[in-house]
Design a protein around this ligand. Structure first.
Ligand code: UD1
Length: 353
């Protein structure tokens, strides 16, 4: 059996790691196509190195552009790759432009497509990720859902017959990395943060970075938190802050480069809270039992909110207040599974055991 994974952006490399390992364990041929959507070494190469992912077999090198340019460039370059590789399954991940383009290329060539992380919905049609999710789910042949809530959304859209609940592969990789963490004090020293006394912040979504007033309100709120906050600045954030003339440092706020995945896990596990607009980090905070403050009007990961470990806030004073709140009551709930999702994915693809 031959599986071809299409990845291109940071969260997809994290999800790819346990799938690549499970393919290797089962002797399944696995071809990795990197679209080149993310090309900075700290957003791409370090994930392959640190998570033991084999180097991509094919690199499309599409780089940045408008949504149409980026999606179109991937589409235009995929035909030859899929024609030459002729996989049994094309596997696409998450909700980026690389996901949609990978799915569409495969569908048009009549190759079976599976969507890993299917069924997530924010119901916010202004988000590019929401278009990517909905369109990919409706194009794909097999929908690999991380949660029961996601299964419900797929059923509501008439897609239950193609859906399988597999759990969340991000829990697989998080548990593996957490068990092997080596140098947490070194990570904290490099960040200049005190163990247990700081928050980790990330901001990169278009809805928060592209509107100058909204971005200024997020940054001002982070600078007013009552303990140190380290902001791990995504290139989009740096570019937009510079373009809008918004300084990122000040008050409680220190800015650092994005972290490699094991260092991010170490930092979050040693923090008192997370402030973010990332999807993955909301779950990582929950699994590590660190309170999360999400700067968005809605979340796809509703379980984190229902269980009391995540609160949604608007940019402004709400952010600082929520970031300073105490930890909620403990829970042993595991809505994202127990770290065996990659095996369930390979089962659903019909791979040998
Ligand atoms: C993308 C995904 C988002 C995901 C995020 C994770 C889409 C629509 N969005 O958002 O779902 O949560 O990745 O990080 O696919 N840039 C660099 N270096 C890079 C990559 C990007 O400088 O390696 C800059 C580019 O100039 C670009 C901007 O960052 O303009 C945004 O990159 P893009 O890939 O369009 O989207 P992300 O914001 O990273």
């Amino acid at each position: 059996m031959k599986v071809l994974s299409v990845v291109g952006a940071r969260p997809q490399f994290v999800k790819l790691a346990p799938v690549a390992a499970e393919c290797a364990r089962r002797g399944v041929e696995h071809v990795i196509v990197h679209t080149g959507q993310h090309y900075d070494p700290m957003l791409s190469d370090v994930f392959f190195d640190d998570l033991g992912i084999p180097d991509p077999d094919v690199h499309l090198g599409v780089g940045s552009g408008t949504h149409g340019e980026q999606t179109g460039a991937i589409l235009a370059r995929m035909d030859a790759v899929l024609g030459a590789q002729a996989p049994d399954w094309v596997l696409v991940y998450g909700d980026t432009n690389s996901t949609l383009a990978g799915a569409l290329s495969a569908v048009k060539l009549h190759l079976p497509v599976a969507h890993l992380e299917a069924g997530l919905r924010s119901f916010n049609r202004r988000m590019p990720e929401e278009h990517n999710r909905v369109l990919t789910d409706h194009a794909a042949d097999l929908l690999l859902a991380p949660t029961l809530v996601a299964m419900g959304h797929l059923a509501d859209e008439g897609l239950a017959g193609r859906a399988v609940h597999v759990g969340d592969v991000m829990v697989d990789v998080l548990m593996t990395v957490r068990a092997e963490l080596a140098d947490t004090p070194g990570v904290l020293e490099r960040l200049g943060m005190p163990a247990g006394g700081f928050s980790v912040a990330t901001v990169h979504r278009a809805e928060n970075t592209d509107d100058p007033a909204r971005l200024a309100a997020v940054v001002a709120a982070l600078s007013q938190v009552d303990h140190p906050v380290v902001l791990l600045a995504h290139p989009r954030l740096r570019a937009k802050a510079a373009a809008h003339g918004i300084p990122l440092e000040g008050g409680a706020l220190t800015v650092r480069e994005p972290l490699a995945y094991p260092d991010l896990v170490a930092a979050v596990a040693a923090s008192r809270g997370v402030v973010t607009d990332s999807g993955g980090l909301q779950k990582e905070a929950f699994v590590l039992r660190v309170p999360c403050t999400t700067v968005r009007a809605e979340t796809e990961w509703v379980e984190t909110v229902q269980l009391g470990w995540n609160v949604l806030v608007e940019p402004g004073p709400e952010v600082s207040a929520a970031a300073s709140r105490p930890a909620p009551s403990p829970t042993d709930a595991a809505p994202y599974g127990t770290g065996h999702a990659a095996a369930a994915v390979l089962e659903a693809l019909g791979a040998p055991g």
